[in-house]
Write a protein that binds this ligand. Structure first.
Ligand code: PSV
Ligand code: MN
Ligand code: MN
Length: 388
């Protein structure tokens, strides 16, 4: 029999971080469809994150991207977040949007450009000190478009040196999360293309350097749950950027394309102890809502992560172990499939009611009139910074 009180406690304790950039207008290189009621600055993005938290109860932090969320006083931004009921989460440096970065940032052949990129990362650690953020979330667009363009090995050496300078600056309770992505914007060779490269750099740096798994950053068919299980076992799974993909880095709502994959990932998390606070796995969303309204899309995404987690928690771990040890292939597989096939929506409704929130967050948001309110109040919302 599943231990329902323990399952409910785990569901209440799992926090899902929203990305500030998901609240802004976004699109592809073909078109950005502007929406009404879009936040006009970092403060209003935080307000929207607070709205998602108000209706879900499990999204108490919001990741920021610098300089997309540049403000003159980050202490003030942190206080604003706190007053709204959330806090500033991971700080994401941006070393990919300046002309200087045409040939890369931390791997650039020009030491002056590398210094500029390192300085920006150090500035982000200063911001973390002020906001109380734990994670510096590093993603690099560095790479090559043509064979011979630069030395792959030299770029790794530059990367190692640049990352070490930033790592040394981290406070005792701060971490560096190193995200990988197999291609785009570089099309021949990316400098941090896969978990192995990220892991190797993290090992070199020290225990507070950990790998960040963005679910959309893998070649089709990659077994992401295998990567998750391996990194978790090695204490190097820093966290996730959750989203869905059909083709490449689509940044669609998590759980929309392949809920079974999301469930399989969460099974490895649950069975590997990755839900515990000590494991420190950050469950973050990294999405762009190009055609759908942002706030309800993020509410839906948070709920999708919760549903996958609830199903993973329902896996009968003991029976699974027994079936595995007995070599019962079909039996073991059936235990997983049974859990995945369970409708966990009533369970999550109960959890929400016990937390004092509406069991149906999307319906509650639609009824609240909040969308109409921000549409009337906000004119001229900003772009997310991405896809414009
Ligand atoms: C890059 O594709 C990425 O996944 C990184 O996490 C960036 O910070 C983010 O997208 C920007 O949307
Ligand atoms: Mn990402
Ligand atoms: Mn991405």
């Amino acid at each position: 029999m599943p231990d329902m009180p323990a399952i409910k406690a785990a569901l209440r304790a799992q926090h899902i971080e929203t990305p500030s950039w998901a609240f802004g207008n976004s699109g592809t290189r073909f078109k950005v469809f502007a929406q009404e009621g879009i936040p006009r600055d970092a403060y209003e993005k935080i307000d929207d994150a607070a709205t998602v938290h108000r209706f879900t109860g499990v999204a108490p932090s919001v990741a920021v991207h610098i300089p997309w969320d540049k403000v003159s006083d980050y202490g003030d931004l942190a206080r604003h977040a706190e007053a709204a009921g959330v806090r500033v989460g991971a700080v994401n440096p941006n070393v990919f949007q300046d002309d200087d970065y045409r040939l890369g940032s931390l791997c650039n052949p020009d030491p002056a450009v590398r210094r500029k990129a390192v300085d920006h990362l150090l500035e982000c650690v200063d911001i973390m000190d002020v906001t109380g953020s734990r994670d510096l979330s590093v993603w690099l667009a560095d790479g090559l478009n043509y064979p011979g363009q630069d030395s792959i090995a030299d770029r790794q050496a530059r990367l190692e040196e640049s990352l070490a300078t930033v790592y040394e600056r981290l406070g005792e309770h701060q971490r560096m999360l190193l995200e990988y992505k197999f291609f785009e914007p570089a099309f021949y060779a990316t400098d941090v293309p896969d978990w192995g490269t990220s892991y190797a750099h993290c090992l070199e740096l020290g225990p507070r350097a950990q790998v960040l798994v963005d679910t959309g950053h893998h070649a089709p068919g990659t077994n992401i749950e295998f990567i998750v299980a391996l990194l978790l076992r090695k204490n190097r799974l820093g966290g996730f950027h959750f989203n869905s993909r059909f083709y490449a880095d689509d940044d669609l709502m998590v759980g929309a394309a392949d809920p079974y994959q999301l469930f399989r990932i969460m099974v490895e998390i649950v069975l590997g102890g990755g839900l515990s606070a000590e494991a420190g796995v950050a469950f973050m969303l990294d999405q762009c809502h190009n055609i759908e309204p942002k706030i309800p899309a993020l509410i839906r995404s948070v709920m999708n992560v919760q549903e996958a987690t609830a199903k993973a928690l329902l896996v009968d771990a003991e029976a699974l172990r027994e079936a595995q040890l007995a070599g019962d292939v079909l039996g073991a597989n059936a235990i997983l499939v049974d859990a995945f096939s369970t409708d966990v929506r009533p369970l999550l409704g109960e959890v929400r009611e016990e937390m004092g929130i509406d069991p149906d967050p999307i319906a509650a948001y639609q009824r609240s009139g909040h969308a109409e309110k921000i549409r009337a109040e906000r004119v001229g919302g900003t772009a997310a910074g991405w896809g414009v």
